[in-house]
Design a protein around this ligand. Structure first.
Ligand SMILES: [Zn+2]
Length: 92
């Protein structure tokens, strides 16, 4: 599961991000007014450092979580495969 972010850019090019379904930006601003994310050129946008940092942090921790879950899954498979009863039953 990966969090999707929506870009929310103000008229003057201040670029924020919000998590999908949230009514606030990552830096805690209410998303009032129009979203110019699609209408402004990338070079005219100024990323909000707070949003950029939080977005990076959330994305980073999700990658760590996913690899942890993957390890856990592998460990449970190993546990099951090494179980003496399973070994007897399957003939390994
Ligand atoms: Zn922001």
């Amino acid at each position: 599961m990966t969090t999707r972010f929506s870009e929310w850019t103000k008229k003057l090019g201040q670029q924020h991000f919000s998590m999908d379904g949230s009514s606030e930006t990552l830096c805690g601003q209410a998303m009032l007014g129009n979203n110019y994310a699609r209408y402004l050129y990338e070079e005219d946008k100024t990323p909000c450092p707070d949003c950029a940092q939080k977005k990076e942090f959330i994305e980073g921790s999700e990658i760590i979580m996913e690899s942890m879950l993957e390890n856990e899954r592998q460990e449970s498979i190993d546990t099951v495969l090494n179980d003496p009863l399973v070994k007897t039953l399957t003939g390994f």
